[in-house]
Design a protein around this ligand. Structure first.
Ligand SMILES: [Zn+2]
Length: 146
């Protein structure tokens, strides 16, 4: 399966998306919440895919809770880039990646605005359940269970 790859600026957090959907079929979403606006994040995901997040230095990885406290943003504390967001739903961890941190960012479709911030928590989660990558795994050097 083709892989889309990206990382934070310093290489501490690497993201790899395995999917049959080409980047040219994916529309990034620019969420208008204050957090995403401040970072200029543009989120891409496709449901049937596998996202692997690889961490080099866990001590420099900040999991910031946002979006009614149910989404976690993977922020590199060394360079400040946010390559991924995840949400734990029952036994599954779903996620999306930040187009801005992807190597081939020019390959995606034009970014569309999205405004989930006014949705109640349950509707936000339903939305993520539908659009986000349906399998997320985390690979880290120390395996302390991020
Ligand atoms: Zn970094």
């Amino acid at each position: 399966m083709p892989k889309l790859e990206g990382s934070c600026y310093c290489g501490n957090i690497t993201v790899r998306v395995e999917t049959d959907t080409p980047a040219s079929d994916m529309t990034p979403r620019a969420c208008d919440c204050d957090f995403c606006s401040a970072h200029g994040a543009e989120w891409v995901s496709t449901p049937h895919a596998h996202l692997e997040i690889e961490i080099q230095n866990e001590a420099a990885t900040n999991l910031y809770a946002q979006g009614s406290e149910s989404a976690r943003f993977w922020i590199c504390a060394q360079c400040g880039v946010v390559p991924a967001v995840t949400c734990d739903m029952g036994d599954f961890r779903k996620g999306a990646v930040n187009k801005r941190a992807m190597l081939d960012r020019a390959a995606f479709k034009a970014t569309q605005p999205a405004s989930p911030k006014n949705l109640p928590k349950e509707e936000k989660r339903q939305r993520w359940d539908k659009f986000w990558i349906d399998r997320v795994t985390v690979k880290d050097c120390w395996d302390v269970g991020l």
